[in-house]
Design a protein around this ligand. Sequence first.
Ligand SMILES: [Zn+2]
Length: 160
Amino acid sequence: MAPLNLDKNTFPQVKIGEMALTAMLSLCEQAAHLETGGILVGSYSADGALAHVNEALGPPPGSQSTPTEFTRNTGLSKALQRRWPEQQYYLGEWHSHPRGRTSPSRQDRRQMAKIGNDASYCCPNPILIIMARSRDDWTLGLWVLIDGKLRRAKEATCDA
Ligand SMILES: [Zn+2]
């Protein structure tokens, strides 16, 4: 797949599929007070204006979780390769902030900028989903890297 370059004037929309949402919520519940996360897999519309997140994978073995930090082990390329024939690609990252907000930390911003610049990801505009807990509810923060900066993205209606 040719790397997608989003038109700077077209604010991208992101559609989060039910399967991805369910997976993130259940991984967040399992991880309880620890951060957890993984990668987002899906596809883009032909014009690139809509990203469709179909799957949210859990942490690969060797990832590190603390209450305030999640470091994903870079062991997901196999999982991604298996999905290429189905035209499902790396779209970005997700992780939880069990006691935090839906906004990215300074480290989150740095990490996403690094991914956008890393040719091996083929993803100049990676998506970042942050699942933040307040009391018993999880709120989803949706971000897209544009021109090296994370900006809040619009969520298109969820697929049932
Ligand atoms: Zn974070």
